[in-house]
Design a protein around this ligand. Structure first.
Ligand SMILES: Nc1nc2c(ncn2[C@@H]2O[C@H](COP(=O)(O)OP(=O)(O)O)[C@@H](O)[C@H]2O)c(=O)[nH]1
Ligand SMILES: [Mg+2]
Length: 317
């Protein structure tokens, strides 16, 4: 694969306390890979020592150690900067815990290697087994975050937003300011939004979910979901501002603005009136009318805004 157009492939491996997992990742590193950047995110355990001991077996490996912990997004950004400095044509991210199956590697790389896309990411939800293989809370949390990420990023055709198995082109690496990248678990969502602002083409690749190989996730879903939802909410406004106000202009920002001001109060008022009617008796017809007007107008604005956004992003599929 390396031989195709002489393109060079790098892999970034973010690690935090992966001393029991990292060897498995390094030992199964695909032969097509030219360079491996292992980023030890200031692990208190001996991850770095394990990597150093293995380095003589594989000259492709470079170890970068963060002096202070940054979070997985910060670790990935450091790897990307190293790949950019060495002008790697395709840069893949594979977690240090072994949850990225090397069998899926060619499929992840191909869309970028072929020049068709600037970013390809694994999607674990295509697999019919996903529902059974992925722990339930994670599956449902992921589905919700994926929906929010579609709205926020403008990549309506992309799902499984939290998947960390990705490939990016050199062009993509150059388009993003890695110092601004979100440093913790929201990194994939942040990156999708930034790629969209930069007009990069993105695709999903079906991959096999890997769980129960001794990995220990740092994610507590019930804490993570509200935190990430808030991040995605802010990213949504960030993208609208940059894409449809600063870089160019599209009236869909007004559609979103009216939709977001009319629909929520209308909906809440409608529910309130429904409660009154059900438990207390008659309500004023004008009140019902007002709630209906707000709800319907707001909903229409929102749906049209989404439709326009989808239309604007068609060429990035
Ligand atoms: N928890 C955690 N993981 C980090 C950090 N920095 C890098 N990582 C790596 O990021 C990858 C994904 O993290 P993980 O907790 O497994 O997430 P999950 O697989 O999505 O549940 C793993 O390879 C970690 O070793 C950090 O500060 N905290
Ligand atoms: Mg993991």
């Amino acid at each position: 694969m390396t031989m195709i157009n002489d393109q060079r492939i790098a892999v970034v491996v973010p690690c935090y306390n992966e001393s029991t997992q990292i060897l498995r990742v390094l030992q199964t590193m695909p032969a097509e890979v030219d360079r491996v950047y292992v980023i030890d995110d200031a692990s208190p355990d001996d991850t770095a020592a394990v990597v150093r001991a293995y380095q003589p077996c594989d000259p492709r490996i470079e170890l970068l150690v963060h002096p202070v912990n940054q979070g997985v997004g910060g670790a990935i950004a450091s790897g990307y900067k190293a790949a950019l400095a060495e002008r790697m044509d395709v840069t893949v991210v594979m977690a240090g815990d072994g949850q990225m199956d090397p069998t899926d590697f060619p499929a992840i790389v191909e869309p970028v290697l072929s020049g068709h896309y600037d970013y390809a990411k694994g999607n674990r939800l295509f697999s019919g087994e996903a529902w059974n293989m992925i722990p339930r809370v994670r599956y449902l949390g992921n589905a919700m975050l994926s929906l929010l990420t579609k709205i926020a990023s403008g990549y309506w055709h992309i799902a499984d937003s939290q998947s960390g198995y990705t490939a990016i082109s050199l062009h993509g690496l150059e388009a993003i300011n890695w110092d601004l990248m979100y440093k913790r678990y929201g990194q994939p969502n942040d990156l999708l939004v930034r790629l969209n602002i930069a007009d990069m083409r993105v695709t999903d690749v079906p991959i096999r979910p890997v769980y129960g190989i001794g990995e220990k996730s740092g994610i507590r879903p019930l804490r993570m979901i509200p935190q990430l939802s808030w991040l995605i909410f802010r990213l949504f406004f960030y993208r609208l501002l940059h894409k449809y106000v600063i870089q160019d202009f599209h009236p869909l920002v007004f559609f979103y603005a009216f939709g977001l001001t009319l629909f929520p109060p209308g909906f809440v008022f409608g529910i309130y009136l429904l409660g009154l009617r059900l438990f207390f008796g008659p309500i004023a017809g004008t009140s019902a009318m007002f709630a209906t007007l707000l709800t319907l107008m707001g909903l229409q604005f929102l749906l049209f805004a989404m439709l326009f956004d989808q239309e604007q992003n068609k060429h990035l599929k």
